[in-house]
Design a protein. Sequence first.
Lengths: 237, 281
Amino acid sequence: MENRPRLSTLLDYLEVFQICDSTFPIGTFNHSFGMENYLHDRKIKHTPEFQQWFENYFKSQFKYGEGLLTVLCWQALKAGQIEKLWEYDEIITHSTLALETRNGQKLIAKQMLALIKQMYGEIKPLDTYEKKIKKGELAGSPAIVFTIFAHYQKMPLMDTFLMYGYSIGSTMVQNAVRAIPLGQRDGQVVLNNIIKLLGELYPEVEKLDGSYLGANVPGLELAQIKHETQGSRLFMS
Amino acid sequence: MDKKYDGVIEMRFLPRNGRTIAQKLYHKGNSRISSVIPTTENQLPYYFLISTGGGFTEGEQYQVKITLEDNAHAVLTTQTPNYVYKCDNLRQTCQETQIKLGQGAFLEYYMDEVIPYKNAYYRQFMDLDLAEDASLILTDGLTSGWSPDEKPFQYRDVGMRTKIKVAGKLVYNDYLLCTPQVDELAELGYFEGYTNFNSVVLIDKNIDQDFVKKARAVIKLPEADVSFGISLLEENGAVLRILGYDGYTNRQIQNQFIEFYREEFKGCAPLKLRKNDRAYN
């Protein structure tokens, strides 16, 4: 990578960053991943509770789920072990016990695949992944799609993890601004704290092996399950 | 055996003349199996799994192996909650369980919750391998633990992983990981002020969204403050999750869900487990 001109390297980054933007139209604005259930139960009312929930989401479900997925998938791609990605898809899908969260991930993955294809044409591993999803062999995970693309764009491992984490952070903050009495400014302060948290999480996630994939904690999971039967709702999950 | 275990249980069940018999009941070290306990359901084998020390001490390793041959049906429970004592020297206590169910087999395994003492460091790994039309009821749970000062979440690190495969394909990978020395477990996302977490997983190829809807309608809300939900798995089953303040309330919800599945869905006779509820609250 040292020999590649700086301009082209930065353009590669911008192209990956485009996918991290909270306005990238892949349906992420439809999902709160359980957060809306805390609004419904009046457990999240304002910024402090949202920040607490959000940081804990990153410290557990993201750390052992999508965060670890970006690390494991990047390492597998580097080693040329593409079949490991399909195994990780199976593990993450069956670790996600809430139906709506699973369905949300599938929809986002599908739309992310379609839009990347529209912009870049066929990228071999993504094409294989899409075919396996269409055949019903795999469910589809946005973190796996993202990591394949980031690796294709020659992103290093740490950069891939951090950018994906940022994309989850910025998207969820936008969703929270719509749903909670949370101002855009407060939202950015929360996101800024998430950026710092990602810096703390990376060295820990980098050391984890695949056996930890899908680990979770009770509250987050239960809120995602309970969202299914919640009366009024703005989000699909 | 390449690994030294402090307690081993091996059980094998097979059908004979229209009922299930225990073909193998083996125990070693600190693990015991009760004698067969009569059930209300005719001739259904029912056993307690017993830990003679009353709990697991630091660094101990336990192994449980359960096999149900084709069409066998058995009910197993732990006798008491699984107390995991302090691990002051950072040596991990561990229990590994391997379960195999043949075609048409039905295992009901009612494990009580894990109660970790102050500084406990525990791992529980369960691997279940089911034939395509086998069915399973599996319960477990985790509490805020026990400590001399009665403050919750004084344990070090508890991880409980359950992997279920049906016909060789992964259908359930549940890994509950709680690290109270790093995370604030009373906060949103973790235990959220509650102290008792319980889980029921049902594996049955006939379970669908309609079952989930009916099960939700059947459960009567207790008066106590408790949070619970049921969701359909990606394939072959459903899960119930409960966060509450006491084991008794959680078990009331758990039992209604299990009874609905056993009696309405499987057509089994009601089962009253002869356990003293107050003894393990």
